[in-house]
Design a protein. Structure first.
Length: 343
């Protein structure tokens, strides 16, 4: 195992206030055909919208081992959607499909692969599928994780490409919780970049890069205080600063706001009355304020985010209408800038 040095610094800043939340948006249900439709992502590829999510019998497989599949739907205008692919792997519960575009302009889907025996989890290994045209997708194949860190219970949750390299967090649980930043050049083979020495059972994490090329990571934790983390690092991504957030994260995703030093964080909102799906406006130091709360309840969140046509487009799932369905909304970019001016 290579040796790495990490600089972990905790910061504390006052929380800012921006006033009222954004309410000028319309939410539309875009898919409800599965028994349980969940864990979305959203991207533009070759001029069309693509939304990915899991279909299954429930949040996790039931007693009859009904395994999850990955549905990919597409739209030219964001209004009318059609299914373009259903990805399956026999004996594997496919989960949390996340979309990216490779340097050679292929649509890539990174997928969690869980091996369940009824409710018992026997192991995890991520899978990946590719499409050159957005119509034909390759059969999901297992990715190959650096043997120095492979645990047999690995989950590479989302890949973000930067300067020809895909970066992600591989989180593990095989009796001991670990998290590693990993990199790939082909979407199939992943090598260790650095270990994140984080307590509190780290898991779901999204990696993004600021306009200056700095790595940002929002990461969920499930033990101790359960507060999420914001981590930052500069190339070669060996030293990290971190901010302990004031709230929990669930299905975290984020996107930088153009021409500002701000970002939008989408996550599950944890209330005593139950969960919701919503957005925070945040600066680069983790100071954040809720700016949107969507119609949602129960099993919900896991947003996809993208900028298009002067709007922020958001996909998410929710069970507020009974079973879990897939929803889409968009917020005017001008409304977000107005919220920033309130800061």
């Amino acid at each position: 195992m290579k040796n790495y040095f990490f600089l972990l610094l905790a910061f504390s800043f006052p929380v800012f206030s921006i006033g009222q939340t954004i309410t000028d948006y319309e939410v539309k249900k875009i898919w409800d055909q599965g028994d349980h439709n969940a864990f979305t992502d959203l991207i533009l590829f070759n001029g069309k919208f693509y939304c990915s999510f899991r279909e299954g019998s429930g949040h996790v497989p039931g007693d009859e081992d009904v395994d999850g599949t990955v549905r990919i739907i597409s739209s030219k205008d964001g209004v009318k959607w059609e299914s373009v692919s259903l990805l399956k792997t026999e004996g594997i519960d496919l989960r949390d499909p996340k979309l990216s575009i490779t340097p050679d302009n292929r649509l890539m889907v990174i997928i969690g692969g869980s091996d369940y025996d009824k409710h018992k989890l026997n192991g995890r290994n991520p899978y990946v599928s590719f499409s050159s045209d957005g119509v034909q997708f390759s059969n999901p194949r297992p990715i190959v994780i650096d043997p120095e860190i492979n645990s047999g219970f690995d989950w590479v949750w989302r890949v973000t490409w930067h300067d020809g390299v895909g970066y992600a967090v591989d989180y593990q649980y095989d009796g001991v919780n670990r998290a590693y930043v990993v990199r790939t050049t082909d979407g199939i083979h992943y090598e260790n970049v650095s270990e994140l020495y984080i307590s509190g059972r780290p898991n779901e994490a999204t990696v993004r890069f600021s306009p200056s090329g700095e790595m940002f990571i929002y990461l969920r934790r499930e033990e101790h205080g359960k507060e999420g983390l914001l981590l930052r690092s500069k190339y070669p991504f060996q030293e990290y600063t971190w901010v302990n957030l004031e709230n929990r994260l669930g299905g975290p995703n984020f996107i930088f706001v153009p021409k500002t030093d701000m970002l939008i964080l989408g996550t599950r909102l944890y209330y005593k009355s139950g969960a919701k799906a919503g957005l925070y406006l945040s600066d680069y130091h983790g100071n954040q304020e809720l700016i949107a709360e969507f119609p949602s309840a129960g099993d919900t969140s896991y947003p996809g985010l993208l900028w298009h046509d002067d709007h922020l487009w958001i996909s998410y799932y929710s069970s507020h209408e009974g079973k879990t369905n897939i929803y889409l909304t968009k917020i005017k970019q001008s409304d977000i800038y107005q919220a920033i001016r309130g800061y």
